[in-house]
Design a protein around this ligand. Structure first.
Ligand code: CA
Length: 424
């Protein structure tokens, strides 16, 4: 639910925060940063980062009176203090940076120490990923994939409209934006080849996804309702689930994907909280068939987040190759999490749920090159003349996400970027 922290009329005394396209006072995303090699929790405000460890040490915010939760290199300890403390921290932080609580604004020594210029900081992985589950929750993407792999007249599998399909990925290879992505080696076999060969993937692709960060633990045997699941999500990141299509297609029958997906998944460094996104909730697409009770929603859990991907060849200019919106997802993150726990699966603090590639209903809104180039049959021409079907070494993929709505202050996620490195 929206509260006073989302009010459009609120302003900050931090220079550059008001009107900032990504990080105004209404956003306050959490991340992990360092200036001198000591990573700790920070909050983005305008072009600055508020050093939460300094604020905690000065006693201005103490989410846990007995433990240090911000002078640590991950958000997991803060997430573990629970939802009530998340909300309390957000309200108190908003008052400190809004000036109603003057203890930071009127203390130039502390504010000078605690506010760090973002361009002088290094951003790290924001949380320790417990486990990573990759869903398949965009109906448009699922239909495109089915058409490309099985033929245009093939229907989606019968289960698709009834539950969010997923596979378990690898937490070990989730990396933060800016980390290079090594082209994977793998088993490949083209249709006309008699035997597979082991070679660098020639079908490297991006997948535009939204990642939900689970902030509340649930015990084995516990089944979360969609509203409990929604409340257990601390926040969201942009997520690029890099995929090697040629490896994936050879391995994925009958039990994939595996190697085609697990080499790298990039996330954006700032976790935009569920609380900050409250004004941007939106109803899901129309249901094609009634959902079973455990997946029904009492309120809209979908999010109106505009998403774009730009592609830049080594010597060329960046060009936006797709634009879509997270509101197209057929199953919300709350439904994904509710379904994940429906069998009694325990969920952990730091679990990451990828939405699956988010595609819209037209060719300019597809969330992967596999769809944008229709499996290589419609190459893209980039500024400077480079032609792409899949990614080449040196290509940079940058994802962006932002929310804007009449009467609301726009907020954003920043970027989720990676450059393709040659295979070893
Ligand atoms: Ca994926």
């Amino acid at each position: 639910m929206s509260d006073e922290t989302n009010d459009a009329g609120r302003t900050s005394w931090v220079p550059g925060a008001d009107g900032h396209v990504m990080f105004p006072l209404q956003n306050l995303p959490f991340g992990v940063f360092s200036v001198n090699d000591v990573p700790r929790v920070g909050v983005a405000i305008g072009d600055m980062i508020l050093d939460m460890a300094a604020i905690e040490a000065a006693g201005l915010l103490r989410p846990d009176p007995d433990l240090t939760v911000f002078d640590v290199p991950a958000l997991n300890p803060f997430m573990s203090v629970g939802r009530f403390a998340w909300g309390e921290t957000r309200r108190n932080l908003s008052r400190l940076l809004g000036g109603e609580d003057p203890r930071l604004k009127d203390n130039p020594i502390l504010s000078g120490r605690a506010l760090v210029r973002a361009d002088q900081a290094k951003l790290h992985m924001p949380f320790a990923v417990a486990e990573f589950t990759d869903f398949h929750a965009s109906r448009e993407h699922a239909c495109n994939l089915t058409a490309l792999l099985c033929g245009p007249d093939h229907a989606l599998p019968a289960n698709w409209d009834h539950m969010p399909i997923a596979h378990n990925g690898r937490a070990s290879t989730v990396i933060v934006s800016g980390t290079g992505v090594r082209r994977p080696m793998g088993q490949l076999k083209a249709g006309e080849e008699k035997r597979p060969r082991f070679a660098p993937s020639a079908g490297l692709d991006f997948e535009l996804e939204l990642g939900a960060v689970v902030g509340v633990r649930s015990a084995i045997g516990t089944r979360l309702s969609t509203s409990e699941a929604d409340a257990a999500i601390f926040g969201y990141v942009l997520l690029n689930d890099w995929s090697a299509r040629d490896i994936q297609h050879w391995e994925c029958v009958p039990l994939g994907p595996f190697q085609g997906k697990v080499f790298a998944t990039t996330i954006s460094p700032w976790v935009v909280t569920t609380a900050a996104l409250a004004p941007f909730r939106t109803p899901p697409p129309p249901r094609r068939t009634p959902l079973l009770p455990h997946l029904r929603e009492g309120m809209p859990h979908n999010l109106d987040i505009e998403l774009g991907v730009s592609l830049q060849a080594r010597d060329g200019d960046a060009a936006e190759v797709t634009r879509t919106n997270a509101r197209h997802l057929y199953f919300s993150a709350a439904q994904q999490l509710a379904h994940h726990s429906a069998c009694g699966c325990a969920m952990s603090i730091g679990d990451l749920l990828g939405s699956g590639t988010i595609s819209g209903d037209g060719p300019g809104s597809y969330g992967s090159l596999f769809e944008l180039t229709w499996n290589g049959s419609r190459p893209l021409t980039l500024p400077g003349g480079a032609v792409r079907t899949f990614l080449e070494d040196g290509d940079m993929v940058t994802m962006r996400g932002w929310c804007s709505r009449a009467g609301r202050v726009p907020i954003g996620f920043g970027t989720c970027a990676g450059v393709v490195q040659p295979a070893i």
